[in-house]
Design a protein around this ligand. Structure first.
Ligand code: ATP
Ligand code: MG
Length: 323
């Protein structure tokens, strides 16, 4: 089980940190992947923009290789059990645990005019997302590790108080669990404007790369560079084959290769990954009814699984159906 927020354009951090593992894990496990629109409400999006983003992010998930015949792909709010279990788990989570969450602190700085309670309880709803499907593996980026630790503690508490119900969800990290943003400062984020988008054209990517910072000590092409401290070189680590990467590093250190050429090489390798994803996304956009069908089927499968967990949960906590 894993989710992604419809809060902006999917980027290479989402792809490398989470989506590549979604595509891999669906081959071996029963998988649930979800566009978490309830979580996105914590950023108070414009309603029409939210609806568009839900579809675009779902398209991105599918275009990245998640196969709706293998995995259950759905929208969180189509399964009301997420909110219901979220409340039950809210009543089991100590305030002190939530107070330690660094994402809450980051988001509070990012949106100081809207520090709402949903931002604070965000990891509890995330715990419900995982628990509803009694998930054992959760493929996410490193930024979610702290939330996953909280989820494990909360579910262990549930099991202790009400009896064994949920498995311990393990974090599954990829080879690139923390992709830094184009600003070279923070992790790449949809909502920070520091992203390399998954749907961007080659020209758009190149324009962004041109403006991106490299080794700060390398002011002129004739200065020798240090690839290890260059954010652009870190991206080569994800997209460029090892032998060519060595050549680039050597060219940078000896000042034979300039930053502009290095960025062009990166753009070409990025394009090799993005072009097929962009093409599949375009095809999906042309068939909105197909996307509706996938999301309807996903919601129906997810609701059935979620309801079966909730019947057990309601019984365990003492909530009985109406007579
Ligand atoms: P937002 O800025 O709205 O929080 P986001 O870019 O952080 O958006 P999310 O929807 O919050 O994206 O996260 C989706 C998945 O992508 C999560 O598994 C998260 O850990 C992963 N992820 C997000 N950013 C990165 C990154 N820079 N590097 C690696 N993985 C990432
Ligand atoms: Mg995020």
């Amino acid at each position: 089980m894993s989710g992604v927020q419809p809060t902006g354009n999917l980027h290479i951090g989402n792809y490398l940190g989470a989506l590549v593992n979604w595509v891999e894990l669906q081959k071996h496990y029963e998988a649930f992947f979800c566009v978490v629109d309830l979580h996105a409400l914590t950023q108070r999006p414009d309603p029409a923009a939210l609806q568009r983003a839900v579809r675009e992010v779902a398209i991105g998930v599918l275009a990245s290789g998640v196969d709706p015949d293998k995995s259950t792909v759905f929208v969180q709010s189509h399964v009301p059990q997420h909110s219901e279990l979220g409340w039950i788990l809210t009543c089991l989570t100590p305030l002190g645990d939530l107070n330690r969450m660094t994402q809450f602190k980051d988001k509070s700085v990012q949106q100081p005019e809207n520090i709402n309670a949903g931002l604070f309880t965000y990891p509890i709803l995330q715990t419900a997302d995982i628990a509803l499907y009694r998930a054992e593996r959760v493929p996410v980026g490193e930024d979610q590790e702290q939330h996953l630790e909280l989820a494990r503690e909360t579910l262990r508490r549930f099991n202790f108080v009400y009896g064994e119900t949920f498995p311990d969800p393990q974090t599954v990290k990829s080879q690139a669990p923390r992709v830094i943003g184009l600003d070279g400062q923070a992790k790449m984020s949809k909502s920070k404007g520091n992203e390399l988008g998954l749907f961007e054209t080659d020209e758009e990517t190149l324009a962004k790369l041109r403006a991106a910072k490299t080794d700060p000590a390398r002011l002129r092409k004739s200065d020798k560079g240090t690839p290890e401290v260059c954010n652009i070189f870190s991206y080569h680590g994800f997209f460029t084959p090892a032998a060519q990467r060595e050549e680039i590093a050597a060219g940078c250190r000896s000042a034979q290769l300039g930053c502009v050429d290095c960025k062009k090489m990166l753009a070409a390798h990025l394009e090799a990954v993005k072009a097929p994803i962009r093409e599949r996304a375009t095809a999906l956009r042309e068939h909105p009814a197909r996307l509706d069908e996938i999301l309807a089927a996903g919601a129906s499968k997810a609701r059935a699984a979620a309801e079966s967990t909730m019947q057990l949960v309601r019984e365990r906590v003492g909530l009985r159906p109406a007579p």
